[in-house]
Write a protein that binds this ligand. Structure first.
Ligand code: GLN
Length: 537
């Protein structure tokens, strides 16, 4: 294919309409027609990346292979497309300004006044084109965060205007909007969409396609009206009804011909129908499960489920493989005490202790591990969850009652989890953890090896503390084994208790790598273990 095509996805009327899911679904359809596609997210906030944001603010921080801390939408991109993203796929206003200001300090602007237009917009444009210029992609989809009309998104919208003008038919704008239903009037309303398209037009951007989120069918008449008022062709008014699962959206968008209209507008052939067989199989296994399990997810951010997005999606993927409906019992670690643990964790088929930072709720995580270990309930501890399992073992099996992580108690006599050597000199918080993909070597006689079926695996990390190898011998003598280690540094990445039916703690984040096409083996086997547990419950 000759030129890279650029598609922009903007949002109107309200946030949380699912731009990420629409972008991912379109990309999935284009990929299934044989195009190579990537998706990028531009975020209008000033933080350099979401790594320093509290999950309550912005949900989960997603980590890429190259160690970028990114927006959770990148997780959707990877889960739908089964291809890796990188730092280039997520850019914030903070990062744009930082680059421009650093250039200014170096004197690169040769005495010129540095301005939003053209300097900031040029930098945004450069960041968008980085992906296209790799030559790897036929199509680059760029999702603009926020809602049209937001002051902070203006430079992005202006960049879209310029690129639309410069690229002509190699560029396309999709506007995702809401058609609310007024119960009292018994009617769908188009006015908010008219206004948001007008706001876009005032910035010089004419959308080519409208994707309309609605709770009821739009019908022909309403599509005609939207087309007329918003200057788009009627067949480019796409209805997006609420779906039973995010994974059903590509199928719905195909029915609505979003992929066909997109290709036609980009002057690309539409002959090849997308091959969606594996996608349909995945969905039908989800829709018609043969088993049901309940898994407890113990964390301190459970009020905002987006904080654990990749974990809950990985459990869905694993559920599909096992034809199992995975119900999650969201459990607040801060409310768990040894006294109420039995009541809160009763009848669970498996328990997952989530990643996290800091003291709040940590003792609840430790009490959870003890419950799972002593009652032989399948257990998966991720990052902080793995660290909790190591501390619990020290306290209740090795007899070191005051054992802790030096993150929680810097003066502990038994720092079984300790700050990593290279972290000791770190002063800044942003982007300074151990981040991104690392190799891990598995012991051949381990559960982990059985699960992965290979000796060397690669998984993504995001942490400052680690298992303290000074204590390793004592652990292994008493039944907790290090079954995965970093081949270069000797850091412990996986612990297991072989006498337990399924007890595994991982220092890395397997959830980031689970996709529809390749559900993660750890989650697949965890759900399998939950199934076994449920048949004996
Ligand atoms: N707080 C722990 C550390 O920094 C675990 C981090 C995590 O769970 N992502 O090592």
């Amino acid at each position: 294919m000759s030129n890279t095509k650029y598609i922009f996805v903007t949002g109107g009327v309200t946030s949380s309409l699912g731009k990420g899911i629409i972008a991912s679904s379109l990309a999935t359809l284009l990929q299934a027609r044989g195009y190579s596609v990537t998706i990028q997210k531009l975020d209008p906030y000033i933080n350099i990346d979401p790594g320093t944001l509290n999950p309550y603010e912005h949900g989960e921080c997603y980590v890429t292979n190259d160690g970028a801390e990114t927006d959770l939408d990148l997780g959707h991109y990877e889960r739908f497309l089964n291809t890796a993203t990188s730092q280039a796929n997520n850019v914030t206003t903070g990062r744009i300004y930082k680059t421009v200001i650093e250039k200014e300090r170096k004197g690169d602007y040769l005495g010129k006044t540095v301005q939003v237009i053209p300097h900031i917009t040029d930098e945004i444009k450069r960041r968008i084109k980085i992906l296209g210029n790799t030559g790897e992609f036929d199509i680059v989809i760029t999702e603009i965060g926020g809602t049209v009309g937001d002051i902070e998104a203006l430079p992005y919208i202006e960049t879209v205007r310029q690129m639309r003008w410069e690229l002509g038919e190699d560029c396309l704008v999709i506007h995702l909007t809401l058609i609310p239903y007024l119960t009292a009037a018994g009617e769908l309303k188009t006015k908010p969409t008219q206004h948001s398209v007008k706001a876009l037009q005032e910035s010089g951007v004419q959308p080519d396609i409208l994707v309309c989120r609605a709770e009821h069918e739009l019908g022909d008449e309403m599509k005609r009206k939207l087309a007329l008022f918003c200057n788009v062709k009627k067949d480019a008014v796409i209805e997006a009804l609420d779906a039973e699962s995010i994974y059903a959206v590509p199928i719905l968008m195909h029915k609505e011909k979003l992929d066909e209209v997109t290709l036609r507008k980009l002057n690309l052939p539409t002959k090849n129908e997308p091959d969606l067989q594996h996608w349909r199989d995945f969905l039908s296994r989800l829709k018609y499960p043969e088993h049901e399990v309940e898994i407890g997810l113990v964390g301190k951010y459970v009020e905002l489920k987006d904080s654990y997005k990749s974990i809950s999606e990985a459990l869905i993927h694993a559920g599909s493989v096992n034809q199992t409906q995975v119900k999650i019992r969201w459990i607040h670690s801060e409310r768990l005490t040894p006294e109420n643990i039995q009541r809160n964790l009763k009848d669970l088929d498996a328990i997952l202790v989530a990643p996290g930072f800091g003291e709040r709720g940590f003792e609840g995580k430790i009490a959870t591990v003890q419950f799972a270990r002593e009652n032989n309930i399948p257990f998966l501890g991720i990052c902080f969850g793995m660290q909790a399992s190591v501390i619990e073992f020290a306290r209740n099996v090795l007899g070191h009652k005051t054992a802790n992580s030096s993150e929680i108690d810097p003066k502990t006599k038994y720092p079984v989890i300790d700050l990593m050597e290279e972290q000791k000199k770190v002063v800044n918080y942003g982007g300074t953890m151990r981040l991104g993909a690392n190799d891990c070597q598995l012991r051949a006689d381990s559960l982990a090896y059985k699960i992965y079926g290979q000796e060397i695996i690669s998984e993504r990390h995001r942490h400052r503390f680690e298992f303290n190898n000074k204590f390793l011998e004592k652990y292994e003598k008493n039944g907790m084994i290090a079954t995965g280690t970093n081949p270069k540094t000797g850091l412990v990445e996986i612990v297991e208790i072989p006498s337990h039916p399924f007890f595994i703690g991982v220092q890395f984040h397997p959830e980031y790598k689970s996709t529809v096409a390749a559900p993660h083996p750890l989650f697949v086997h965890f759900v399998k273990a939950a199934n076994l547990q449920s048949s004996s419950n």
